[in-house]
Write a new protein. Structure first.
Lengths: 198, 198
DNA sequence: TGTACATCAGTGAACGCGCGTTCACTGATGTAC
DNA sequence: TGTACATCAGTGAACGCGCGTTCACTGATGTAC
């Protein structure tokens, strides 16, 4: 916010806490993210964050909320100019996996139990809302008579692929020397091909 | 074993630390697992564990190793008396998902970055070994000409399904009132059906 | 069977650390008149 | 434009806590003779 380094008031500390919190998360994981550490990086007193986030977990929740918004925006956008429903699903799947690969710690946080959702209903609502928005996009690839099972299977595959890739789990035999995104695309195309067989 | 409560020596503290560590993990997650807490539960001094595990992370690694051994044993066993390759894959998938549902915190730990694998090569080796053993079992369902992509797709689906279920992510529309295992079985069967279409 | 002794596997006190959280405070900002 | 005042958003000292880790110790166990 173009405020000088010397101002007493930060200007937009809440937003800055989330942004810096994301950086700390990416570097040190959820266990390494403390309110004091984030305050330290922002050059602010260690008790300043409490003005915006009552607890450490509240900051984690806000970070996860931002993550869900980002993921669903990217995924929704990704399929828009695809030529076919199949291609749209591949593109959306790639966006999903790409997000996980770009922000692995954030992705993990979003799908973890580090934040108690009962204590943070805004996170629960955002998560549910942004994932629910994906569902029709997925089932569109199956046409009118899409089964819930098929939709869940496709989502599971994309999600599991993201998880396995950020954990570097696929063994070399399956990897075949390919990079993460290349491997993801090949796998998604194989899946789409299987699904769309007449 | 069968040592009285009053003995100075515990008898099998290493094994007991792993077993009790798993319980603590299941109740409080990795962040709640401390060497002191495990020692406390075992009625042993807080510095006793250091005799067996130099660091907290070493205990986590040992727990994860036990988890991988358990997962691969269950999964390998599961398909043995199936009538067909398809059915075997469904059964193995169910065993995989069932393990995750029964031990969610352990499953998360195994596929997480809570333990630095470079610092614990035994964990890296066990993980790689037990997952590599699953690969041929999965690709068997596709017959001789199995593609790596298809194998990875199937593994991803099973893994992602496990993850989504332990996070309670599938929305009610997809769930249709079904319990976790029931939903998993239906999804796995849908997947197997799609794959085996002539 | 008895004794000496090395080794193993615990104990418990102590240390320093970073953390979350609280509190009285103060500087900066915005608003009413 | 100026002044008074409420409110907001920080500061920094202090607290208590649980933790990992170290250390000198001691009780129990196993082995050699």
């Amino acid at each position: 916010m173009a405020t000088s380094d010397k101002t007493y008031h930060h200007g937009d500390l809440r937003r800055a806490l989330i942004a810096t919190g994301m950086k700390v998360l990416a570097e040190s994981g959820p266990a390494g993210l403390s309110l004091r550490e984030v305050a330290r990086r922002l050059g602010v007193s260690h008790s300043a964050p409490s003005r915006h986030f009552a607890t450490r977990e509240a900051l984690l929740a806000a970070i996860a909320v931002a993550g869900y918004e980002n993921l669903s925006a990217r995924t929704a956008q990704a399929g828009k100019q695809a030529a076919s429903a199949d291609e749209a699903m591949v593109q959306r799947g790639l966006a999903y996996v790409g997000f996980a690969l770009k922000h692995p710690a954030l992705f993990r946080l979003m799908f973890s139990d580090h934040v108690d959702r009962k204590a943070h209903p805004d996170l629960a609502a955002t998560a549910q809302g942004s994932l629910a928005a994906l569902m029709p996009q997925v089932s569109a690839a199956y046409g009118e008579q899409a089964l819930p099972e098929a939709t869940l299977a496709a989502w599971s595959m994309v999600h599991g692929l993201a998880q396995l890739l950020i954990d570097s789990q696929p063994p070399p035999e399956l990897r075949g020397g390919r990079g993460n995104l290349e491997l993801a695309e090949a796998t998604l195309r194989a899946m789409a091909h299987i699904i769309s067989r007449p």
